[in-house]
Design a protein around this ligand. Structure first.
Ligand SMILES: [Zn+2]
Length: 275
């Protein structure tokens, strides 16, 4: 009787584990153990570990015919470089605005053609979304982007890898989100950004909402007053330094591995209308 019970318990345990592992559901939380390629940490970035006071402001969903030039003016007045994750459809409508942004030293990233949820699309459709936008950016600026940000931050681990392999893109998410798409008013946008931004942060906002642009002068001035310095996302990644291990931890990695810049790979933002 005891052995029968033990046998049934084992069967139940195995069944539970099998049911628990559902490979069909794309996970937005990085896998902790098996199946993770060593390059994962160099593909996806929410923020960067850096010793300097550097941050990256990023603006999504543009260009906007009226608001993006306004933003470019106030960035230029402060000698601030930012990163624009543009939508291909909008680039086609206003290539001259994207050209101006690139000319003035800002970085241009791929934010898809029409802002769909990439995690729910076929590989062929995702490829088309990214390729058309890549081409539109190349036509507008003369250069192809090296960064992409998935709309809503929604992307599967599998997509991250093949997109990186095919396009050479780094996948850029964020660690500061003022939820400016909800249009909470400039003061709220500013306060949220000021509260959450720290060295190495990638700040998300959108240059298609008037309140966001209205919030920027005082936000940028306050960040600067805190001693923070603005760089593009690629520059920020270039400034990544290894994270200092806890004093008690023994180094298990080889010397060469520990010298590798170690970007912070926090869990992806949950699916939200942000991004
Ligand atoms: Zn977006």
């Amino acid at each position: 009787m005891f052995f029968l019970r033990l046998y049934l318990l084992c069967v139940a345990l195995v069944a539970t584990r099998t049911l628990g592992a559902d490979p069909e559901i794309p996970s937005q939380i990085p896998q902790k153990s098996v199946g993770k390629r060593p390059t994962e940490q160099n593909i996806t970035f929410n923020s960067v570990h850096t010793d300097g006071p550097y941050i990256a402001m990023s603006f999504d969903d543009g260009p906007s015919a009226t608001l993006t030039p306004k933003l470019l003016d106030l960035l230029a007045a402060r000698h601030i470089k930012a990163t624009f994750f543009v939508i291909g459809e909008n680039v086609m409508e206003h290539p001259e605005i994207v050209a101006r942004a690139a000319r003035e030293g800002h970085e241009i990233g791929n934010h898809s053609w029409s802002h769909p949820n990439l995690a729910k699309m076929s590989q062929e459709s995702v490829r088309s979304q990214l390729q058309r936008t890549d081409d539109a950016i190349k036509n507008a600026t003369g250069e192809r982007p090296t960064l992409m940000r998935p709309p809503y931050g929604s992307i599967t681990d599998r997509e991250k890898h093949w997109i990186h392999d095919e396009f050479g893109y780094r996948i850029i998410l964020w660690d500061v989100d003022p939820y400016d798409w909800k249009r909470p008013g400039p003061a709220v946008v500013r306060n949220r950004i000021l509260k959450e931004t720290r060295p190495g942060s990638i700040v998300l906002s959108h240059d298609i909402h008037p309140g966001t642009i209205e919030a920027m002068p005082s936000t940028l001035d306050a960040l600067e007053a805190k001693g923070l310095k603005f760089v593009t996302v690629s520059e920020l990644i270039g400034m990544a330094t290894p994270e200092t291990p806890p004093p008690t931890a023994k180094l298990k990695a080889s010397p060469s591995a520990s010298a590798t810049p170690s970007p912070s790979v926090a869990p992806s933002p949950a699916f939200s209308p942000s991004g």
